[in-house]
Design a protein around this ligand. Sequence first.
Ligand code: FAD
Length: 387
Amino acid sequence: MPNDVVSMLDFDSLLTDEERLIQHTVRDFVADRVRPAIAEWFEQGVSPVELAPELGKLGLLGMHLTGYGCSGTNAVSYGLACLELEAGDSGLRSLVSVQGSLSMYSIWKYGSEEQKQEWLPRLAAGQALGCFALTEPDFGSNPAGMRTRAERSGTDWVLTGNKMWITNGSVADVATVWARTDDGIRGFLVPRGTPGFTASDVRHKLSLRASTTSELTLDGVRLPQSAMLPHARGLAGPLGCLNEARFGIVFGALGAARDCLDAAIEYATTRIQFDRPIAGFQLTQAKLADASLELHKGLLLALHLGRLKDDGKLRAEQVSLGKLNNVRESIEIARTCRTILGGSGITLEYPILRHANNLESVLTYEGTSEVHQLVIGQALTGIAAFR
Ligand code: FAD
């Protein structure tokens, strides 16, 4: 039996030596540093932020960005790293995605030289953590309605409002906060400890438990002009960052799916019912075959989008297509694989239901499935159906 469930199409042969090396390095890191502890972190609701310096040393934080201590790899390598991290847990991949694609990217793309020098090397090394605050309690899918305001006060800015569901919110050293100004939506870098800026964690989550999710309160937070990201204007700023993070999810979700399929095959070949391994039943094989089919299709789609991105040709609706398909199919794979484990499938002894629960968050954040359907629908028809 092949122990690598993605070997059937020789996916590896489509990668360069460097891409393969990066993928295997991250896979080994996850095996050594994540797998032994992840069930415990998930159960306790602990985000493994102490891994950040190790992730930095491996060059995984802001890895597809250039300069300022970033690795400058291609997009496919970044995607493959996301896939391997998410094979460990979506919470870990979220930590890396938010750090690299949302926090660091917002500074790298829209920041001043001083802002880049101040934050990017530390964020790349994992010596500082970042978060990205767009969503509000009353404005999720429709961030254009945001109420958080930044008002002028002499040469300073004063920010007031609430942000909700912010990954790494309470553990971040710097938050990229998006706020409404008289000049449209602008981004601000808010260091931890700034007076008036507080974070409280969302409790009782049933998904992404090995990740910190917070509500942020900005109560008259005074910032100098130099805290504003000078090159982001309007919603295009935050949406540009989200497109980066979504790309990582196109690959990442498949890591969770692959891990589920791995676990299901291993279980099915050893679990005996009616005097034979359950892997020998046709119904079980049909489930495994369909899961493998969707996993391979998802991988080819992800790789194609990665190659387009590396050629500078990737469009937003193409990322929507990839995210919609690969997260939706990954959840389906996880749920199907869970049935193969029967009762054992509902415990944390196996990774499958943890992945399935995590993927519920992945289906919702970075644009819900419905929003991505609308993006694709608009690209197909030329008609926006958002409102
Ligand atoms: P809503 O927007 O209220 O949507 C509820 C339902 O209505 C969904 O099914 C949605 O698809 C549907 N819906 C809404 N509008 C339409 C429409 N026009 N047509 C059809 N259906 C529609 N945000 C950040 O800014 N930073 C983060 O770091 C971050 N991390 C997150 C981590 C987690 C674990 C989670 C769960 C969320 C995170 N988010 C973050 C927020 C996330 O992006 C939002 O949850 C998401 O955008 C959806 O917003 P909402 O939850 O308010 O749902």
